[in-house]
Unconditional design. Structure first.
Lengths: 116, 113
C-alpha cells in the first residue's frame, strides 16, 4: 500500500532563517506531488505541483521554492523566511496515469511552521 | 475550473443523516465531483467522487442531480468524529498537470451530541 511521510511535524523558525520541509511517498512510482499551505483560519492554497523529477510548477509567486530530486521525494524550501510564511504545510500525492476519477489526492499529516 | 458554492456551516445531530449541498452550475461534461474533508489540524481526507451516477462507499453517499449542476454528500449516521470542514471540488479526471485540485472554503459541519 502507498504511504506518504512528511517532516518535520512542527517547526519554529526565526524570520530570515532558511526552511526545508521534506515529503516522501512509498509504494507507488511516478506520482504527481503537491505542496499546499493553509494559513490560520484560512483555506488550502496550492503552492507547487510536480508531474516528474525536476518538473515543478508554481501556482503563486512567493518566498518559497520546491524541488523534486527523486521520483518520490518533494522538498519545499526557503532561503529567508518571512512572518507571512507561517502556516500548515501539506504534501499530497496522486496517481500520474489516466484512470477513472484520477484526481484522488492523499495528504500527509502536515508540517506546522511558526515564523517568529 | 468550474467553481463550487457551499454553505459556510451546518449543524447536525449525532446519529442523524448529514446532508451537505454543493452547487456547481458551470460544471463541464468531463468534470468529476470530488468530496474531501479536513478534521481540525489534519490533512484533508478523500471521501468520494462521481461523474453522473450516484455513488456510495463505506464513508458516504454522493447524489448528483440529473443536470449535474448540484450534488449532495450524505453521511448516513453522523458521529462526533465527523465534525470537519467538507470540501466539494469539480475537476477533470485526468492525470498529469491537470491533476491539481483547488480547494474552496468548504462547509464546516458541526455534529452536536
Amino acid at each position: 500500500s502507498q504511504t506518504i511521510h512528511q517532516w518535520p511535524a512542527t517547526l519554529v523558525q526565526p524570520v530570515g532563517s532558511p526552511l526545508s520541509l521534506e515529503c516522501t511517498v512509498e509504494g507507488t512510482s511516478n506520482p504527481n506531488l503537491y505542496w499546499y499551505r493553509q494559513a490560520a483560519g484560512r483555506g488550502l492554497q496550492l503552492l507547487f505541483y510536480s508531474v516528474g523529477i525536476g518538473q515543478i510548477s508554481s501556482e503563486v509567486p512567493q518566498n518559497l521554492s520546491a524541488s523534486r530530486p527523486q521520483d518520490r521525494q518533494f522538498i519545499l524550501s526557503s532561503k529567508k523566511l518571512l512572518l507571512s510564511d507561517s502556516g500548515f504545510y501539506l504534501c499530497a500525492w496522486s496517481g500520474g496515469t489516466v484512470s477513472s476519477g484520477a484526481n484522488v489526492l492523499t495528504f500527509g499529516a502536515g508540517s506546522r511552521l511558526t515564523v517568529l | 475550473d468550474a467553481k463550487t458554492t457551499q454553505p459556510p456551516s451546518m449543524d447536525c445531530a449525532e446519529g442523524r443523516a448529514a446532508n451537505l449541498p454543493c452547487n456547481h452550475s458551470t460544471i463541464s461534461g468531463n468534470e468529476y465531483v470530488y468530496w474531501y474533508r479536513q478534521i481540525h489540524s489534519q490533512g484533508p481526507q478523500y471521501i468520494i467522487h462521481g461523474l453522473k451516477n450516484n455513488e456510495t462507499n463505506e464513508m458516504a453517499s454522493l447524489i448528483i442531480t440529473e443536470d449535474r449542476k448540484s450534488s449532495t454528500l450524505i453521511l448516513p449516521h453522523a458521529t462526533l468524529r465527523d465534525t470537519a470542514v467538507y470540501y466539494c471540488i469539480v475537476r477533470v479526471g485526468y492525470g498529469g498537470a491537470t491533476n491539481k485540485l483547488i480547494f474552496g472554503t468548504g462547509t464546516l459541519l458541526a455534529v452536536q451530541p
